[in-house]
Ligand binder design. Structure first.
Ligand SMILES: Cc1cc2nc3c(=O)[nH]c(=O)nc-3n(C[C@H](O)[C@H](O)[C@H](O)COP(=O)(O)O)c2cc1C
Length: 403
């Protein structure tokens, strides 16, 4: 990875006494420049061919210049039928690689790691963009060339009210999906990505198999916890055939189903199940668990609570990252309402997670990471900024501003 065009990165390498948040971290064969990762965030603005466009480029590029050590793409669909919406980005064909490589090259030029998230929406496919209503694709969308299709899931008939009813995946579908993840990993490697994150959370395809809420299969892919985990584990094995051993492989899971109407230990996916899964994934070469929650029968996870105007607690998913890290003995990433540098640093200091993912706060402030460094009192914080910005800002601070 070249850092030649990023002299400001040099000051980011470890110095004694630095906050953990701004210390390097090694996982598999890769060194993360700091502990901050931009969380995957779908933009729903791809052209219908699923290719990354200039919107995605500028959206992700500014997080690299904003000091995040790792920038993760939004969910990239491994199959066209696995798209949530027609605005989703894809990695289901070789033609998707070139614009991804352009992004990766820019991130590397900033001394930033590039992470790709692979995804299949499963039962939540074939829907409108959030601002179009988030419901199932219908006549209006069909008239403009966005026809609905039938989603697939672990079982049929398990979905949100009014959404398209999925059909149960056949064994042939499962073989195709597992292979599609492997091909997605191959393309991500060809594009130059350093880190791979698999979206197995939020009620999408893999989660629909994991959770008994959505899986009532009686074959080898259902029935018991072992059966429900089978698809996730087969995908992990296939990924490792195509994703180099020295590059980190991360699974994002919903650590709990988070359904207030369920007894999770009995009827839903529990934290105890997540610990069993994390151990099994680790045995198949997975390096880290990205700890999210919820979404099994709601439109999304935490964002759903926002839409319902219910406030989320700061760091509400961090306890999952802490327990999985301790009990499954695997590295974890904490995500969810982590809002400032001191909060993120406290999570790392307490050994609750190894990495910190920031979503919406990065939308508020693409320079969130650099401003967190200032908030944590790092010496000469302007030297961490790209020199084209930092040189001027440092001089302004030294001279001061008169009233
Ligand atoms: C606009 C938006 C798009 C999102 N898209 C994805 C996605 O593509 N994949 C995913 O795993 N999570 C997605 N999420 C969830 C975020 O990655 C993150 O887990 C969530 O926003 C909580 O973190 P935060 O409180 O820092 O925003 C999305 C969230 C937002 C706000």
């Amino acid at each position: 990875m070249s850092t030649a065009t990023a002299p400001h990165r040099a000051s980011r390498t470890a110095a004694e006494g630095r906050p953990l948040l701004f210390s390097p971290y090694r996982l598999a064969g890769v060194t993360f420049p700091n502990r901050l990762v931009v969380a995957p965030m779908q933009m729903y603005v791809a052209d219908q061919d699923g290719k990354l466009n200039d919107w995605h480029f500028q959206h992700l590029a500014r997080f690299a210049t904003g000091g995040f050590g790792t920038v993760m793409t939004e969910a990239l669909m491994v199959e066209a039928r696995g798209r949530n919406t027609y605005g989703d980005c894809g990695i289901w064909e070789d033609g998707h690689v070139a614009p991804l490589r352009r992004l990766v090259d820019f991130l590397h030029g900033q001394g930033t790691l590039a992470a790709a998230q692979l995804h299949h929406a499963g039962p939540k496919a074939s829907r409108q963009r959030p601002w179009e209503g988030r419901g199932p694709l219908g006549a209006v969308e069909s008239a403009r060339g966005e026809a609905a299709w039938q989603p697939i899931a672990a079982s049929s008939g398990k979905t949100l009210d009014n959404w398209h009813e999925p059909r149960a995946a056949t064994l042939e579908d499962i073989r195709e999906i597992v292979a599609a993840y492997g091909q997605g990993a191959r393309r991500a490697d060809e594009a130059g990505f350093d880190v791979l994150d698999i979206h197995a959370a939020h009620g999408y395809l893999i989660h629909s198999f994991l959770s008994p809420v959505n899986n009532d299969r009686t074959d080898a892919y259902g029935d018991s916890l072992e059966g429900r985990m089978r698809l996730a584990l087969e995908i992990a094995e296939e990924l490792r055939r195509f994703w180099p051993k020295d590059k980190p492989l991360i699974f994002r899971i919903s650590c709990v189903d988070w359904r207030p109407d369920l007894d999770e230990r009995k009827d839903g996916w529990s934290l105890e199940d997540s610990i069993v899964l994390a151990k099994a994934l680790k045995a198949r070469g997975v390096d880290m668990i990205d700890c999210s929650s919820g979404g099994i029968r709601s439109a999304s996870s935490g964002t759903d609570f926002l839409l319902k105007r219910q406030p989320l607690r700061k760091g509400h998913q961090t306890p999952y990252a802490e327990r999985i890290r301790r009990e499954a003995d695997i590295a974890t990433m904490a995500v969810g309402v982590i809002v400032d540098g001191p909060q993120a640093e406290a999570i790392l200091q307490a050994r609750k997670s190894d990495l910190i993912a920031i979503g919406r706060e990065a939308l508020v402030d693409p320079h969130w990471a650099l401003n967190a460094a200032r908030a944590l009192g790092i010496d000469d914080p302007w030297s961490m900024w790209p020199p084209s910005y930092g040189w001027w800002l440092k001089m302004r601070e030294e001279i001061g501003i008169a009233d």
